[in-house]
Write a protein of this length. Structure first.
Length: 141
């Protein structure tokens, strides 16, 4: 739902704000998103980090069970770092939970997330290129 045209989420003044074009979501879908603000905040944090140009890895926590989200690399895009830090501080655990769910579904070790993510991006780019260059088949009549 969050990737649909006409749907966006922002972090402003310490709160999540949903921006939804008419008919982009049903009332029930919007209510579902609002009921899951923690997950939406984790999703937004991940996307803001990726949009800024960071890679993301999961590191085992030194302070007990679980993982810590580690942005790595140098940002390639300008970012509002105070807002990004506040988002990180608020939704870190939700972002970790989302990545751990993805790792579980993909059957990969959380420590392998960066390599797997790079592979998925490369494969998606190749598939997209194949779709763009593949000649259309004539319609069957």
């Amino acid at each position: 739902m969050l990737n649909r045209p006409g749907v966006s989420v922002t972090w402003e003044r310490g709160e999540l704000h949903f921006h939804v074009a008419p008919e982009a979501l049903t009332k029930e879908e919007l209510a579902l998103l609002r009921a899951h603000k923690e997950e939406v905040g984790g999703w937004l944090l991940l996307h803001k980090l990726w949009d800024a140009g960071y890679s993301i890895r999961l590191q085992p926590s030194e302070y007990g069970p679980g993982y810590v989200l580690m942005p790595t690399g140098t940002p390639t895009q300008r970012a509002d770092f105070p807002a990004l830090f506040e988002l990180y501080d608020t939704f870190h655990d939700s972002a970790v939970a989302l990545l751990l769910d993805a790792c579980r579904l993909l059957k990969i070790d959380p420590m392998d997330w960066p390599k797997a993510a790079e592979r998925f991006v490369r494969e998606a780019a190749l598939r997209r290129e194949e779709c763009l260059t593949k000649p259309e088949r004539p319609a069957r009549g």
